[in-house]
Write a protein that binds this ligand. Structure first.
Ligand SMILES: *Cc1c(COP(=O)(O)O)cnc(C)c1O
Length: 367
């Protein structure tokens, strides 16, 4: 993972040009038409503001049904960073530390928002393997903290990402193991589910099984990367924490006044299994791409692609050829210029719900 940490994201853009062979990210894709229809339907007359509207009440009921959690506290925000930071802040004191993997989005991609919203809690990093935290590594890291009494951080929540940042998924036994370690120390568990649906359809389990039944206390339930315009649900299974989250959301400037437009999206997402259909489509597109990459000479997959993200190494010259033909994706640990053409360079490929077979096949034919 060293490469990823050091090099960060390299972008190559042709201004104003969206390629047909587009694997850059799942938040660059379109909004599903059913979501836009739901927004149009919600756009009728007046509704109470700040979440005091019928659609918000309906979405709360629906999320509770989907998660088989009648007491769950459900709050909508517009970004995953807000969901993660506000949930973690609600479960962390400023003198605690949050345990997460060394490639966690909360560590690498949220500009210290979890530290900011928690009022100064720190993150303790656990070396990841294949994107997941090995339970022994988490245990060792937890044991290192809270040994310095007044002088060092106390132990706070454990945060895990499902689908992980490298496109792998915690299988159920691994999920139970890692949550079990947190529970051994009495620590709450947060799940960053920016790609929750993609993991769920991969595992074929229920939302309850992947969360509270496994001991997860709170979830950032993603929607934006899976066909919404911009809504994530922050779900807390322990009802007493809901009020504090609401204070923090308002103070964090994430209480939307025209809340019905957030609710309408999330409600339509959960209607007729649209969220699962979109995740299945994204995963299937990624599977097709992964098979093609695997079969191509000179290409090496870096992790097992379980969901809708692939990391692979391709020769620099191959990247150049693909980019010149109009493909779009991110190089991950090197630049197009300044080295031998045969040198392998890592790249990330992401498929969203709208990815087409034609798109993938054109790319693979070029490859
Ligand atoms: C995209 C993503 C988020 C949310 O990011 P925002 O840009 O704040 O919406 C959170 N966690 C993971 C793992 C992500 O990939």
């Amino acid at each position: 993972m060293a490469d990823l940490r050091v090099a960060g994201l390299h972008k190559r853009r042709v201004p104003g040009h969206i390629a047909a062979m587009y694997f850059a990210s799942d938040n660059t894709g379109p909004v599903h038409p059913k979501i836009l229809d739901a927004l149009t339907r919600a756009n009728e007359g007046y509704a109470h503001a700040y979440g005091d509207d019928a659609l918000t009440a309906a979405v709360t009921r629906r999320v509770r049904e989907v998660f088989e959690a009648p007491e769950a506290q459900v709050h909508l925000v517009a970004t995953g960073t807000a969901a993660n930071s506000l949930l973690l802040a609600t479960h962390t004191t400023p003198w605690q530390t949050i345990f997460c993997s060394d490639i966690a989005h909360i560590h690498m991609d949220e500009l210290n928002a979890p530290e900011f919203f928690s009022g100064g809690a720190k993150l303790s990093l656990v070396p990841s393997e294949d994107g997941v935290m090995p339970p022994e590594a988490l245990r060792a890291r937890i044991e290192q903290e809270e040994t310095r009494d007044l002088h060092g951080p106390s132990r706070g929540p454990v945060s895990l990402t499902q689908v992980t940042e490298v496109g792998t998924v915690y299988q159920m036994p691994a999920l139970h193991d890692v949550v079990g370690v947190a529970k051994d120390f009495g620590l709450p568990v947060h799940m960053d589910g920016a790609r929750f649906a993609n993991a769920l359809v991969k595992l074929g389990c229920t939302p309850a099984e992947m969360t509270w039944k496994a001991g997860v206390d709170m979830v950032s339930f993603g929607g934006t990367k899976n066909g919404l315009m911009g809504v994530e649900a922050a779900i807390i299974f322990e009802p007493s924490k809901g009020r504090e989250f609401e204070y923090r959301r308002k103070r964090g400037a994430h209480l939307f006044s025209k809340h019905r437009y957030l609710a309408a999206q999330m409600l339509a997402y959960l209607e007729d299994d649209l969220w699962l259909q979109m995740a299945r489509a994204a995963n299937a597109a990624c599977h097709r791409l992964a098979e093609g990459l695997r079969a191509a000479p000179g290409v090496n997959l870096m992790y097992r692609p379980h969901a809708n993200i692939i990391f692979a190494r391709l020769p620099r010259g191959t990247h150049r050829r693909l980019f010149e033909a109009g493909a779009e994706y991110h190089l991950w640990d090197g630049a197009l210029d300044g080295g031998p053409e045969e040198e392998p360079i890592a790249a990330r490929f992401v498929c969203d719900w709208s990815a087409t077979d034609e798109n993938t096949d054109r790319f693979l034919a070029l490859l």
